[in-house]
Design a protein around this ligand. Structure first.
Ligand code: IVH
Length: 698
């Protein structure tokens, strides 16, 4: 691979990984399985090792994912979620674990530890609980604070919500230390998860993809009482610092159990790799009978002195490693295939299956992705197929059990016309999918666009598939703007709708007028414009007219926007019907510009486009806000229009190079601050008592 090819692939991988990190940690709606994610991360790590000059401090390989709710963004898989939690620093960073997928990799971990350590040691093997990480602080035996992992350095303060989780004690007993932190996982047991999703479907709310997302969404609910009704459950597995006063990790956890804390009894102290292997083999099977989700085993060096000797890398401890289970598979019969038309017209084959139990839930449908994939799998109706759960709610078919194929199986035929409106399907070059080109006449596409518009992550209007189907069938709506013309009496004519339901619906439409512009932009359903791209575009141009007037070249200046997205946005605003729709939505009072952010501090940076790169004394988001509040415009990439590059510590080498080529000044944080009038930028963080701050890592 050439340097240029590596650079292109590295940039691509970072974009994919960042987007997925956001979906996983912030939206609780991942679109990729953990395994796929880890594979891409490994590929990126390997490329960065081979081409070290391309490694930048902001690479996803250098930081842990972040679950921080970034006020205002509000795109989340849960309607009643708070995005304004107080954020507090972690006393010790919350790190992640290195992943392994084979016993050989675990052996390599054991060998590394053996080589580095001078004394004998043991391992403590535990289940890897698949929930959302939590950090609890107990002060004088009382639960004092609960923080989410956040970005590893700063977490959301969810203390009030955590107080409603039944198995987390408010008060400890025994000889607990005066103050200590303990970390673990918040889980949603399968039973509670199924009940929650059933309820959501009844209310026409989209279900959570898996118990982990449900747990992390529930933890961030606005109403602490509601958190208590979600059936969440906690298990604790790590006491930073304090556990070092015990000889072993196992002894520290035993002590914590003695103080009344919920610690899993499934852990085992193992003396060698054979015992570790036996533990893995046992739980690889037995985990299917656990009432909650696990995705692997964590192997920790048990002796505290050995942990200290091994220490940490920037991302994870050297004294522990995770072994990830292979995704569970189930074998079942493929009964038939539906061809589903999406809101963009893309046709997806979805298999109907004989219901089968898989990772705690019953699976009846699985995706086959596209025509090519069907061909590669060589799947036939009546075949026995293996299904696997990825990150998405619909599992996928991964292979066919050819040995079980019978003569009466039938090769499926991919349709040549739209199953909904009969228009001949088309397939463009470079596209994996067949499309129905009848954008404005195909009912499924029209309804799909409206459904996307009302969805929780877009305008969050209380309407699901059934409501949209009825509104469409009665001829009441053809575009999202029609929703805002509906009267209470029209709504009361819908089957099963009473006055109250109509009022609730109208209330949610009314509330959607406050939805921030970036989500309105996402709701428009412009092809390739996902949530984070919509956010970047909105923040860059600040209002819809500026976006509609932008050239493709100007669109390319937005961070994350490449040729394909720029063309798609440009084309969208060249269609008169779209401009008309936007005008109607504006007339209905929807937000069409970025809300004035916190009051301006000065006009010191007026007219300046500033590219930021590297790390600063404050977070990057705070830095962006600081620029905006002084009248400047933060931007993601260096171009001829850039006024200057604000280089923090370790700025990206590509950006520096480009500045040099274009003759753009590079300012240090200090030089930059000298441009600003003397006003405080961010509120002072709440300081902890002095002695606490002096404690160092581990
Ligand atoms: S120990 C310093 N033990 O997995 C490392 N983590 O991928 C402390 N997890 O962030 C973590 N079960 O959220 C540890 N028995 C276990 C775990 C566990 C699940 C999660 C945890 C961590 C992530 C790393």
């Amino acid at each position: 691979m050439t340097h240029a090819q590596a650079e292109a692939r590295i940039l691509e991988l970072r974009e994919i990984l960042r987007e997925n990190n956001r979906r996983y940690y912030v939206d609780n709606a991942p679109t990729m399985s953990d395994r796929e994610f880890d594979m891409l991360m490994h590929e990126l790590e390997a490329l960065e090792t081979e081409f070290p000059d391309l490694l930048t401090p902001d690479s996803p390989t250098q930081r842990v994912g972040s679950d921080l709710e970034t006020g205002g963004a509000g795109v989340n898989a849960e309607a009643a979620i708070r995005n304004d939690f107080v954020q507090r620093p972690h006393r010790y960073p919350m790190l992640s674990l290195g992943n392994t997928y084979s016993i050989e990799e675990v052996e390599a971990f054991a060998r590394r530890a053996d080589k580095a350590l001078e004394t004998g040691f043991t391992y403590c093997c535990e289940l890897k609980f698949d929930g959302t990480a939590i950090c609890l602080t107990y002060r004088n035996g009382r639960l004092f604070r609960a923080l989410t992992r956040g970005d590893g350095t700063v977490g959301d303060d969810v203390t009030e919500n955590v107080r409603h989780i039944a198995n987390i004690p408010q008060q400890l007993h025994g000889d607990y230390p005066a103050e200590f932190e303990i970390r673990g996982e918040i889980l949603m047991p399968y039973q509670a998860f199924d009940a929650l999703n059933r309820e959501r479907e009844e209310n026409e709310e989209s279900p959570f993809a898996n118990p982990r997302n449900a747990a992390s969404g529930s933890l961030k609910l606005i109403d602490p009482e509601e958190v208590g009704h979600r059936g969440l459950w906690c298990t604790l597995y790590h006491i930073p610092a304090e556990s070092l006063r015990f000889e072993t990790h196992d002894a520290a956890l035993r002590a914590a159990q003695g103080w009344g804390l919920p610690v899993s009894d499934e852990r085992r102290v193992c003396r060698d790799i054979d015992e570790i292997r036996a533990y893995i083999d046992y739980w690889d099977v037995q985990r299917k009978y656990l009432p909650f989700a696990t995705d692997g085993i964590v192997i920790k060096i048990n002796e505290s002195a050995c942990q200290t000797a091994l220490g940490y890398t920037a991302k994870s401890p050297r004294w522990a490693v995770a072994y990830k289970f292979k995704a569970e598979q189930a074998l079942t019969r493929l009964v038939s295939i539906d061809y589903q038309v999406g809101r963009t017209g893309a046709v997806t084959p979805v298999a109907n299956l004989d219901p089968v139990q898989l990772s705690g839930t019953v699976v009846k449908r699985a995706t086959l992705n596209n025509a090519d994939q069907m061909g590669i799998l060589d799947v036939r109706i009546g075949d026995f197929v293996y299904v696997e759960k990825g990150g998405e709610i619909i599992p996928k078919i991964t292979s066919v059990e050819l040995a079980a194929r019978t003569a009466d199986t039938v090769a499926p035929e991919f349709p040549s016309v739209c199953p909904d409106c009969g228009t001949p399907l088309v397939r463009e070059e470079d596209e994996a999918k067949w499309f129905c080109p009848n954008r404005d006449g195909c009912p499924t596409q029209i309804k799909g666009r409206i459904l996307h518009f009302v969805s929780r992550r877009a305008m969050n209007v209380l309407a699901g598939q059934a409501t949209i189907d009825q509104l469409y069938a009665l001829g009441f709506v053809r575009t999202p703007a029609d929703l805002y013309d509906l009267s209470k009496y029209q709504l009361m004519s819908l089957e099963g709708w009473q006055e109250r339901a109509a009022e609730r619906f109208l209330g949610s439409l009314d509330a959607s007028r406050q939805v921030p512009f970036e989500r309105v932009l996402f709701a428009l359903g412009i092809r390739y414009v996902g949530e984070s791209t919509a956010k970047e575009i909105a923040r860059h141009f600040r209002d819809v007219d500026a976006i509609a007037a932008a050239t493709q070249e100007q669109l390319l200046e937005v961070a994350d926007v490449g040729e394909v997205i720029a063309r798609s946005v440009y084309d969208y605003f060249r269609v008169p019907a779209h401009l008309d729709e936007v005008a109607r939505l504006r007339a209905h009072g929807l937000q069409m510009c970025v809300e004035q952010e916190a009051s301006a501090l000065s006009e010191a940076l007026k007219g300046q486009t500033i590219v930021i790169s590297g790390n600063y004394s404050i977070s990057r988001d705070a830095m962006k806000e600081l620029i905006v509040r002084h009248g400047g415009k933060p931007s993601g990439s260096v171009s001829a229009r850039t006024s200057f590059l604000l280089a923090g510590s370790k700025p990206g080498p590509e950006k520096l190079k480009k500045c040099e080529q274009l003759g753009i000044p590079v300012l240090s944080e200090e030089a930059f601050r000298a441009l600003l009038p003397d006003v405080p930028d961010v509120p002072e963080p709440e300081t902890e008592p002095e002695e606490e701050q002096q404690l160092t890592l581990f």
